[in-house]
Design a protein around this ligand. Structure first.
Ligand code: BDR
Ligand code: CA
Length: 313
């Protein structure tokens, strides 16, 4: 099958980030040019290590992993150990990685890659706070028109927030970076909580990963069992939301998702609603449409895709 997507995954693993990385590395339609780590769910020293652990779990130690921003642009770092555990990847016992980080800053890698590849051929897939992406845009403004599109997990509108009543974690952690990205003019697809809260890791779905009978299948089941316990307690659901793999699934099967083009702005002034994604879903302003905001997912199709692809690793 020919490669149809060249991507950079920007990430803060995180069990759900890990499953997104596994899905991308398992998919022949996707060429992962590099994985750039950012501080988010846990500090950078852990997210970059976790990214390497997952590449090795996937049997792809040749994947290039870069370390990026150690903290958000303006605000202090907020982490989410209560959700992801102390390491960010609690659940399975994964060996310390032997593959090395590439000796180049993630932001330099993003800029260099976008300037070297043909314009309109590289998709950015941010799965964490948008610090690295914003820094790259600020450092080299010529990259924005060269980006094919950004497909990101972040925000929430009808569903509200998950870290404050108004804000979703990735946008809340670095709202100023999110503002840079949403005002960049780059075509952007948003997977908000409105979608991801419909993609639940039910006991039956976790059993399907375990039934693969592979290291990846078992580790995925163990990651998700740890990851879901926090949100199951919070929302009273069977399973927790599997956020970040929605980004990669969209590249592979966009028909799994439904949404509409809207204007999205990010709150950076009010402490009460800091990091809120204000989505003009009903078109009540004249603000230009800057994002395709998803709202629905074929969740059975999504999990079927995940099991099928992770089964190849
Ligand atoms: C997002 O925050 C992180 O905890 C998850 O990895 C996901 O990217 C969900 O709000
Ligand atoms: Ca994430």
């Amino acid at each position: 099958m020919p490669t149809s997507h060249k991507i950079i995954i920007d990430t803060d693993p995180g069990q759900d980030d890990a499953v997104a990385i596994l899905l991308a590395l398992a998919s022949p339609e996707i060429e992962v040019l590099g994985i750039t780590a950012v501080a988010g769910n846990v500090p950078l020293a852990l997210t970059e290590k976790n990214a390497r652990k997952i590449c090795e779990l996937a049997g792809k130690p040749q994947t290039r992993v870069f370390a990026g921003a150690i903290r958000p642009l303006v605000r202090p770092l907020v982490t989410a150990e209560e959700v992801h555990g102390k390491t960010g990847l609690n659940g399975p016992e994964l060996p310390e990685p032997t593959m090395q980080l590439v000796d180049e800053h993630a932001v330099d890698f993003i800029v260099r890659t976008l300037m070297a590849e043909a314009p309109g051929t590289v998709t950015l897939c941010p799965l964490g706070p948008l610090t690295n992406i914003a820094l790259a845009m600020i450092r080299e403004p010529r990259i924005a028109p060269r980006i094919k599109r950004i497909v990101l997990m972040g925000g929430g509108f009808f569903e509200g927030g998950n870290v404050t009543p108004a804000a979703e974690f990735n946008i809340y952690v670095d709202p100023h970076a999110a503002d840079v990205v949403f005002t960049s003019g780059v075509p952007t697809v948003v997977m908000p909580l409105d979608v991801t809260h419909k993609a639940l890791t039910t006991a039956k779905r976790i059993a399907a990963f375990r039934a693969l009978g592979t290291r990846v299948g078992t580790a995925t089941a163990e990651m998700l069992e740890f990851f879901e316990r926090f949100d199951e307690g919070k929302y009273g659901t069977d399973g927790g939301p599997l956020h970040d793999p929605c980004v990669i699934a969209y590249l592979l099967k966009p028909e799994l998702f439904k949404g509409r083009e809207c204007n999205v702005m990010v709150e950076t002034a009010s402490e009460l609603t800091m990091g809120m994604t204000v989505v003009d879903w009903w078109g009540v302003t004249k603000r230009p449409k800057n994002a395709l905001v998803m709202r629905d997912i074929d969740h059975d199709g999504f999990f079927a895709l995940l099991v099928e692809r992770l089964g190849k690793l």
